[in-house]
Design a protein around this ligand. Sequence first.
Ligand code: SAM
Length: 314
Amino acid sequence: DDLDYPTKRLRTQEGHSSKVAAHYNELKECGLQVRNESRIVHLRNFNNWMKSALIGEFLDRVRQKKKGRIAVLDLGCGKGGDLLKWKKGRISKLVCTDIADVSVTQCRQRYSDMKTRCRNEDVFSAEFITADSTKERLSEKYSDPEITFDICSCQFVYHYSFETHEQADLMLRNACERLCPGGYFIGTTPDGFELVKRLEASETNLFGNDVYSVKFYEKGKYPLFGCKYDFSLEGVVNVPEFLIYFPVLVEMAKKYNMKLIYKKTFREFFEEKVKNDEQKTLLRKMQALEQYPAPDHSKLTSDKEEDYEHAKMF
Ligand code: SAM
């Protein structure tokens, strides 16, 4: 957690991928204490809780169909924020891949620290690949050329690919082509409908609050690909992202024999999962809401509502 990468590493990729990679490469790993002091700590924790519940749900589904080893592809793994979730989910193999080489290095280090800490426990085996999944075929990079996955998990990443149809298609191919029959592609991404709704309600091409902001380049025109906006969150993320029109993704996925089985907004997912006592306890433990349960849910209907309303999972 104390790793520090002060050097700027810029890449020479075309388009916005280079900006995205450079941005994530420059992000400092500030350590748990600083992270916990951040104003968006509850949002981070909430997102983590959502991912835990999503991952748990789909690992259960895999286990209902098969016994034995489970292999997972973490597409856009970042610094490895989900490693513990996979350990808790008792998977056997994890392939972590990301465009940002510094993040992949940190992810590998976290994995190695986790293994050291859990000497007596069974920890999954892992492999780490630096690649731009919108431009490179992952299947050419796996150490086992025959590897297949039960789940591909793509958390808060897929929207970077919607710069062009080719990029979105290649990322989708990377996500799906090595899934076993009955395998799942799961993920979380900003809700394109909600973003446009908020933009249209704003008097300018900008909306947000003192914590986050979203700036579009054009209002009223929303091309299916390359509809760029700048997102920033307390200095945590400040990179170009692209609007995803979800029905297009659903159509595109058919090419890879995928059909949509599950799509919910964060609000819908939260309301469903929080009914489960185990998830509710986890939510409290992770301090995912400023105050939970909120008296008369006031926290959930004020600014906190915004925190999860603009995200969607698939
Ligand atoms: N999935 C991680 C998580 O949930 O903590 C990281 C999410 S972070 C918001 C987005 C990640 O997507 C970054 O690590 C970034 O480097 C990665 N990314 C963006 N574009 C990518 C691309 N073309 N190929 C692979 N990874 C990409």
